[in-house]
Design a protein around this ligand. Structure first.
Ligand code: EPU
Length: 418
């Protein structure tokens, strides 16, 4: 099994371009099923999660293939089997987002329940509530969600909590429904806005995305389009943390920096000096010292849960005591024992992690437990003295394309071992 070995202590410097957004691309691949004809996505990252979604779309009977290095074609017209099996859905929860499009386009779908995952229970009740509000008959049968309709109708959905994929799933179901759908307490993440933009360009009538109330007027059909996927805001934040952890000077490009505001705020609070332009940001440590932060994860525009582990890794060597509170997922501190193995001084009290800065971390063998936890461990490893071996790197390959090459380009001593 692959592992990544990092020799820490090298100051990172230079410029790096982020890949396309994993989470946007996953939703857009599902949206492509709604169109009559082919959808072409560009700037799609080469990741394990993207391959898993391709496998699923093919299993449904769609034509879904790479058409270039980062370009992909999807045509759902040939779908013959609107059924997403457990083996594919269990690998990646985002697979559940095929439910809305399949139901809208084919009137029925069977999608396995995704189940829990490493970062928490992660129910799907809000997805199902939304689909029922559009008139779908939804039942759970031995771990399989079976949804049918003789034609979805617009409805009003008030989400009980902010759910990104839930908002996206129900939005995709509603674009072909008759009449008007209103989604209240909708998620405001940039990936929701990008999906709404793409659906609109396909011919849908979606308004208000980016706010907490989205209104959709159903249309009779959508057409395939071409789209360039936005840069990955979490990869951008991760690379900035990596640079700062080494007291370096890193510029990331290929990203809409307005989607990074809450992350940049926290980096500034931690002592970073930032130079921000619309599609690039440079971060260096003013005076060579990092300081404590107080951060609470929250839905967009709050500080993203997907950046929590990386920020924690960064402040492990900051002066003072930081408090990082996880409010989105209930079990997203699995990197803590691994950071402690590297010498971090962290104590957990419920949903809060108290991090007392230490002068330096030391390399150690550590275990990646989920995607963002592994990113945090790499950030810590780059700052640590000596060698760190990060095991189970397949987690990293789910969401970071060629991470070691990108970091090497910034001067890191990092290699993959088979
Ligand atoms: N939730 C429910 N019921 C639902 C749906 C969600 O209780 O029906 C709860 C979840 O258990 C969680 C909270 O609501 O506590 C928020 O979950 P959300 O539904 O927003 O998460 P998601 O849509 O499944 C996406 C990203 C995650 C990211 C979260 C939060 C994708 C493919 N995944 O997941 O990304 O952490 O939003 O921003 O878009 C990652 O990339 O590493 C990752 C985990």
């Amino acid at each position: 099994m692959d592992r990544i070995v990092v020799r820490g202590g090298t100051r990172l410097a230079g410029e790096v371009t982020v890949s396309g957004s994993k989470n946007s691309a996953l939703a857009l691949m599902c949206a492509a099923l709604l169109a009559e004809g082919e959808t072409r996505l560009r700037n799609v990252p080469r990741l394990r999660d993207i391959e898993a979604m391709l496998d699923l779309l093919r299993a449904l009977g769609a034509r879904a293939e790479w058409a270039g290095d980062h370009e992909m074609c999807i045509d759902g017209s040939s779908i013959s089997n609107p059924e997403a099996p457990y083996e594919l859905v269990r690998k990646m929860r985002a697979s559940f987002m095929v439910l809305g499009p399949l139901l809208a386009r084919f009137g029925s779908a069977r999608v396995s329940e995704p189940g829990g995952c490493a970062i928490g229970v992660r129910p799907i009740d809000q997805h199902l509530k939304g689909l029922r509000a559009l008139g779908a008959k939804v039942r759970l049968d031995h771990g399989v969600v079976e949804a049918t309709t003789s034609g979805l109708c617009g409805g009003r959905v008030v989400f009980d909590l902010n759910t990104v994929n839930g908002t996206q799933n129900v939005m995709m179901a509603s674009v072909l429904a008759s009449g008007e759908t209103v989604l209240e307490n909708a998620a405001r993440e940039p990936e929701v806005v990008e999906l709404a933009d793409v659906l609109s360009r396909m011919g849908a009538d979606v308004r208000g995305a980016g706010g907490d109330r989205i209104t959709i007027r159903g249309v009779s059909a959508l057409r395939g389009i071409e789209h360039q996927v936005s840069g990955d805001r979490i990869e951008a934040g991760t690379l900035l943390c990596a640079g700062l952890a080494t007291r370096g000077d890193v510029t990331v490009t290929g990203i809409d920096t307005s989607s990074l505001e809450s992350t940049l705020d926290k980096l500034q609070e931690a002592g970073a000096t930032l130079t921000t332009e619309p599609s690039r940001v440079r971060a260096e440590v003013g005076g060579g010292r990092l300081c404590e932060v107080q951060a609470v994860t929250a839905p967009f525009p709050g500080f993203p849960t997907d950046m929590q582990a990386q920020l924690m890794a960064l402040v492990c060597t900051a002066e003072g005591s930081s408090v990082i509170t996880e409010r989105v997922f209930e079990n997203r501190f699995m990197h803590v024992p691994e950071l402690q193995r590297m010498g971090a001084d962290i104590s957990l009290a419920g949903r809060a992690a108290h991090v007392r800065g230490v002068p330096r971390l030391g390399g150690a063998p550590v275990m990646a437990t989920d995607l963002r936890a592994s990113a945090g461990l790499i950030v810590a490893a780059l700052a640590a003295e000596g060698d760190t071996t990060v095991n189970r790197v397949y987690h990293i390959d789910r969401g970071y394309e060629r991470i070691e090459e990108k970091l090497r380009g910034l001067g890191a001593e990092i290699r993959r071992e088979g």
